[in-house]
Design a protein around this ligand. Structure first.
Ligand SMILES: Nc1ncnc2c1ncn2[C@@H]1O[C@H](COP(=O)(O)OP(=O)(O)OP(=O)(O)O)[C@@H](O)[C@H]1O
Ligand SMILES: [Mg+2]
Length: 311
């Protein structure tokens, strides 16, 4: 569905993309991640034919974004970072105008508007003036606009920015739903969102791809994680002595908590699971224990590791 080859984008005085190559298959929901300024929006703008690359090619739905942009535009729905809406228009007028612009035949516009309004939760505000809507609702109108011509591929640049937690959940649900029948490329800084919706993640940093895999694989393949955390009532010296002697423990961190409990973090060798052995030691010593768990690596840990590695 997307085939990007050696994409380079130079703005006056700086290079935003240094030869990006990646592909997205039909039916995938791909999370496009990267720190501020990494080049996410730049890539998405090229894919959506909003600007040409300096060199390299982007093929979308079988068409070249530069040479066959009309064919590409028909097949994709793009929601930019700052959704440009006409504040003086009513929602229904705006969607009708956008549908016309995107070549939806007059006879189908009404039913298309109803369909996307239902999907995006803007049915109740169709008669309202856009400029008077809350930010979240304007965001939803932007999403409705993105879907109005029933595109095969949906490109969303930070679709949940500025939404409240309830709306974020709704939009996330909507994206998952859309993913059943569409291909989706979405950028976001909300990493739990990616773990919940995306089948694959592409991470870019300073205009280069630094990772591309399923969220599960990324978490597994990265170093770190797997620490065992305990909260026990005991003396620091005794705790250090006891756990340092344990097999597969590389480091023991002990912090005093205000209520005479200690928080203990055991770093494992490789991906050793230290929970059982740690519990045995606590039991043998007769220490009071109120928490014992293994710290799972989050996508956020992975993101931070990958995007700060060469600093
Ligand atoms: N029109 C432009 N002219 C000059 N430089 C630009 C322009 N647009 C973007 N850039 C630069 O290109 C780089 C990549 O920007 P881009 O907007 O693609 O990043 P991003 O990954 O979307 O970041 P964010 O997470 O902040 O949205 C940045 O250094 C940015 O300053
Ligand atoms: Mg951006």
């Amino acid at each position: 569905m997307i085939q990007v080859d050696q994409l380079v984008k130079r703005y006056a005085g700086m290079t935003a993309l240094h030869g990006l190559s990646f592909s997205v298959q039909k039916g995938e929901i791909v999370g496009f991640l990267g720190p501020n300024g990494a080049g996410k929006s730049t890539t998405m703008r090229i894919l959506s034919c909003y600007m040409p690359p300096t060199s390299g090619t982007a093929i979308v739905a079988g068409y070249d974004t530069y040479k066959e942009s009309l064919d590409v535009r028909k097949r994709i729905g793009y929601m930019p970072e700052n959704v440009p809406l006409y504040p003086e228009m009513r929602v229904v007028e705006y969607l009708d105008f956008r549908a016309a612009l995107k070549g939806v035949p007059r006879s189908e516009r009404r039913s298309q508007i109803e369909k996307v309004a239902e999907k995006c939760g803007v049915k109740d505000v169709l008669r309202r003036i856009i400029g008077q809507l809350s930010k979240g609702y304007r965001q939803r109108v932007g999403l409705a606009d993105t879907l109005i011509h029933d595109p095969e591929l949906i490109i969303l640049d930070e679709p949940t920015i500025g939404l409240d937690p309830n709306q974020i959940r709704q939009v996330r649900g909507l994206i998952k739903e859309l993913g059943k029948s569409h291909t989706v490329l979405l950028s976001t800084h909300i990493l739990p969102e990616v773990e919940m919706t995306c089948s694959r993640v592409i991470i870019i940093n300073r205009g280069r791809i630094v990772a591309s895999d399923t969220p599960e694989n990324l978490k597994r393949l990265r170093k770190g994680g797997g620490e065992t955390l305990l909260e026990i009532k005991a003396e620091t010296a005794a705790v250090e002595e006891e756990f340092k002697a344990l097999a597969n423990v590389t480091q023991v961190e002990v912090t005093s908590l205000p209520d005479r409990y200690l928080q203990v973090v055991l770093h494992p060798k490789g991906d050793a699971d230290l929970r059982e052995a740690a519990y045995e030691r606590v039991k043998a010593r007769g220490w009071a224990l109120r928490e014992l768990r293994r710290h799972a690596q989050s996508l956020e840990d992975v993101f931070v590791q990958i995007t700060t590695e060469d600093d």
